[in-house]
Design a protein around this ligand. Structure first.
Ligand SMILES: [Zn+2]
Length: 187
């Protein structure tokens, strides 16, 4: 299903719950990363990335719909067997406090800027805190990482705790993704 992992470098980013829902102040992850900094990108100037939805019911397709008409094309399928660029979306139970979701990307051995594959985990242990809408926002945040975005401030769905208030991929987020692939076109 997934290609043999050539990558040696891993990147992990998670989302926390909004502080209001969590009932207290929570630390941010990757606080130094701005959305202007690329977390990584897929090979090519307009790559197709297959998002393999293994969640059986989470709003992955709704979340991915925000990413239409971008240089990196996210296509959600139940089975990405024949695709080269694959992001798995899976659920797991993880009783490690407050994280709702994680993104982990494996990098190409020959170019640590390039994703070889990636996984998004949704922490069902935190499901009691979520609505379908807030899950969709969390998945948009993680798909933002999969599209190459790092974390940003409270005006972007890439904020580690404010993503539910923003809710959707913003024009700024879309421009930041376009810029990542514009840079790859220039190389
Ligand atoms: Zn994140």
């Amino acid at each position: 299903m997934l290609r043999t992992l050539a990558g040696v470098a891993l990147v992990v980013a998670g989302v926390l719950l909004p502080t209001s829902a969590a009932g207290g102040d929570l630390p941010q992850l990757d606080a130094g990363v701005t959305r202007e900094e690329s977390l990584g990108r897929w090979p090519g100037v307009a790559p197709l990335v297959c998002v393999q939805d293994e969640t059986a019911g989470f709003p992955v397709r709704e979340a991915a719909a925000d990413f239409r008409d971008l240089p990196v094309r996210l296509v959600v399928k139940d089975d990405c067997t024949h695709h080269g660029n694959v992001v798995r979306v899976v659920t797991r139970m993880a009783e490690d406090c407050c994280y709702s979701a994680w993104f982990k990307g494996e990098r190409m051995e020959h170019d640590p800027e390039l994703f070889a594959s990636a996984t998004i985990w949704l922490n069902v242990d935190q499901a009691y805190r979520h609505t379908p809408e807030s899950w969709a926002a969390a998945i948009r945040h993680e798909l933002g990482h999969a599209a190459g975005l790092g974390h940003g401030d409270g005006t972007t769905v890439m904020h580690p705790t404010g993503y539910t208030e923003v809710g959707h991929l913003t024009e700024g987020d879309r421009q930041a993704i376009a810029d990542i692939y514009e840079r790859s076109r220039a190389e």
